[in-house]
Write a protein of this length. Structure first.
Length: 241
């Protein structure tokens, strides 16, 4: 039975929509594994996704991180993109927090803060390890060639950047971990890759084998999506004739 024109149009629209969706992965974390109260330091999950050029991390928290009195919270993301890194965030140029990845090795990290003041107070900087020190690659507070952004709302902190900043291309995989900390002397208070209970501490932290994987999905550019959508609609119309 021939497809009705309206159905054909709907099918083409559905196809275009499915093509345009970004790739996404969800990573749960135990609620309450930060035992020191302050739920805005307690991660409940994280979502990672990418579109044609941008990688986004949404860090979901147990209570509102946007309250002005919670602006001493920080969240950090460690990356192993080449399985050859050796950086420790406490190294020269880093954030002074003893955080490492003994499995693979950390070669990039993002540091996030919530105390810019005014408007949306979130900021972030991506750093790379050159074998001796951490160097800023792109930052909301300075040179920003890879368009890193940070935002906070009542449930989450969201960080986005062009994944070329990490030396990544579609099809590439990397390992990562996310850490909650403070702007003071505390170290890791919650880690996405572990459900082990943690409270206030300044102890060294190693993600070890608890790192989490993500693969950059190939997503067509918007112009290519338009061509694919038009082609799909033309194909379906021809099927009607």
């Amino acid at each position: 039975m021939p497809m009705k024109p309206a159905t054909a149009s709907l099918s083409a629209a559905a196809l275009a929509c499915s093509i345009s969706l970004a790739s996404a992965a969800s990573y749960p974390d135990a609620t309450g594994d930060f035992t020191g109260g302050s739920g805005f330091l307690d991660m409940t999950s994280a979502t990672v996704n990418n579109d044609a050029s941008v990688l986004t991390f949404t860090i979901n928290l147990a209570s509102d991180p946007s309250v002005s009195g919670n602006d001493w919270a920080t969240h950090l993301i460690g990356f192993d993109t080449a399985a050859a890194g050796s950086g420790n965030i406490s190294g020269p140029g880093g954030w002074g927090k003893d955080i490492q990845m003994s499995s693979g090795g950390m070669n990039f990290f993002i540091g996030n803060w919530l105390n810019n003041g005014g408007g949306n107070p979130a900021g972030a900087t991506l750093y790379s390890w050159d074998g001796a020190a951490w160097n800023a690659v792109t930052s909301t507070g300075g040179a920003n060639p890879f368009n890193i952004t940070a935002a906070v709302d009542t449930t989450a902190v969201t960080i986005s950047l062009e994944y070329a900043a990490l030396g990544l291309s579609p099809g590439d995989s990397f390992n990562f971990d996310i850490y909650s900390s403070t702007s003071g002397g505390d170290n890791v208070l919650d880690a996405l890759g572990s459900n082990a209970p943690l409270s206030w501490n300044s102890a060294p932290y190693d993600s070890g084998s608890g790192v989490l994987p993500y693969t950059i999905a190939a997503i067509p550019e918007p112009g290519a999506l338009s061509l694919l959508s038009a082609g799909a609609l033309l194909f379906l119309r021809r099927r009607l004739n």
